[in-house]
Design a protein around this ligand. Structure first.
Ligand code: SF4
Length: 430
């Protein structure tokens, strides 16, 4: 066992986290693949309580892939874990305590990543309690350093690059992005624009730290003298392109989920908060004749990239007042979202992406979230914390369980860049 002690940078949103268990609106384990390690499997198999032994016999499938993946829990048709009781409490947790839970369940929603010699503790936005902490606590991103044994941190399952393996440019480039995110004069869209432009220009110098640092200095000067905000103002507004990006992505976000699961819409609806949020926008679009997912049982509306960008643009405009009102009441929401993303995603370098690619994914996320928030705000005549949390956790849960989405986004971006390599920036413009 690794007895190394490491520094773990821990933001307040993570140290404040408390799982609300049966009161949770999300059932975090729904539709997961949950591997069981050999030790837990053997202990549960001969546990004193007969109900647990029976549950293991009828709901655990042996895989024997490795010590950590020795068996799997079979999910029911609607994606629920078979171990949940009628009040949605986990029976293993209730009767056997947390130590016998699969590591996945013990660790979620924690997501530590290496960053140099230290680890950065983060948490997944697919958990609603994490969303509340990240978006609604003005101090969410205050970080303290905690010393911890490496093997105790998510059972040693730490993501990102191991110490000394990460790209040397990452701290410098990310620090520049943080400094822009923290600038109190710039709007959210201007911040994204400046970060994107810097990441685009830094692409050619990722192996030259001195040049990267000079580039950051020159960007800071251009922020101070207003050059970059003037540049932002000259960006064209491209509503039809925006709609095309949104609609293509929406179609994919919705339909891939149903093509990979054989559950009826009535059952899906029970837990699918994302569809509830997405349908708010679809209702505002009045897309009754639009493309629907295949099969009568799974009938619901998705966006059609070929139509309706006028209506979509109108919705974005008319909901602006509701979004502004909510963001004025909670001025930390957008800045925390940006800081969290930069911190948590580490510019996606561990996924083999270049920093500029990361900017494009972040821009599409911002577009999708803003669009859905607009639909919700119009239907509800305002935004509430409950709806914002519902949208964010369900959107990120959908993203997390659908890695094919990244390929889809990539394809869309490449197609757009055939028209103009700067087209992605126009998505930031109203
Ligand atoms: S989603 Fe979060 S709050 Fe809900 S049960 Fe899972 S860990 Fe707990």
């Amino acid at each position: 066992m690794n007895q190394n002690k490491i520094n773990v940078m821990t933001p307040k949103f993570a140290s404040d986290f408390v799982c609300v268990g049966s009161k949770c609106e999300a059932h975090c384990c729904n539709s997961w693949d949950i591997p069981i390690n050999k030790q837990s499997y053997k202990a549960l198999k001969k546990f004193g309580d007969i109900e647990i032994r029976q549950l293991v016999t009828s709901n655990f499938k042996l895989t024997r892939q490795s010590e950590s993946n020795y068996a799997e829990i079979k999910m029911s048709d609607n994606g629920d874990c078979a171990m949940l009781d009628e009040t949605n409490l986990c029976k293993i947790h209730k009767k056997c305590g947390p130590k016998l839970l699969p590591y996945t369940c013990q660790d979620y929603p924690r997501k530590p990543h290496w960053f140099g010699n230290q680890a950065e503790m983060s948490m997944s936005l697919s958990c609603p309690e994490v969303v509340k902490n990240v978006l609604y606590d003005p101090d969410a991103m205050m970080i303290t350093s905690i010393e911890q044994y490496e093997h105790q941190l998510n059972h040693g399952n730490i993501g990102g690059f191991k110490p000394t393996e990460g790209p040397s440019y990452l701290p410098l480039v990310r620090d520049f992005c943080f400094s822009v995110a923290l600038n109190s004069i710039l709007t959210f869209e201007q911040k994204l624009f400046i970060i994107g432009l810097y990441l685009k220009q830094s692409d050619a110098y990722l192996n030259n730290l001195e040049r990267l640092s000079q580039l950051a200095d020159s960007f800071h000067s251009m922020i101070s003298d207003g050059t970059l905000t003037k540049h932002y103002e000259t960006l064209p507004s491209t509503p039809s392109i925006k709609w095309s990006f949104f609609a293509t992505q929406d179609f994919h976000l919705v339909t891939t989920q149903y093509q990979t699961q054989t559950v009826s819409f009535s059952k899906i609806k029970k837990f699918d908060a994302f569809i509830e949020c997405q349908q708010m926008l679809m209702n505002s679009l009045h897309t009754s004749q639009d493309t629907d997912t295949q099969g009568k049982d799974n009938y619901f509306t998705v966006a059609n990239p070929e139509r309706e960008h006028f209506k979509y643009t109108e919705i974005l405009t008319s909901s602006e007042k509701y979004l502004t009102e909510h963001f004025n009441q909670h001025p930390q929401i957008l800045i925390n979202f940006l800081l969290y993303s930069l911190y948590n995603d580490q510019l996606m370098v561990n996924l083999g992406k270049k920093p500029y690619d990361y900017f494009k994914f972040l821009t599409i996320d911002a577009l999708m979230l803003k669009s859905y928030l607009s639909g919700i705000a119009l239907q509800q005549k305002g935004l509430t914390k409950e709806w914002v949390v519902k949208l964010f956790h369900s959107y990120f849960r959908r993203r997390q369980h659908n890695l094919g989405l990244f390929n889809q986004i990539n394809t869309n971006i490449k197609k757009a860049e055939e028209q103009s390599e700067y087209l992605i920036f126009s998505l930031l413009k109203d």
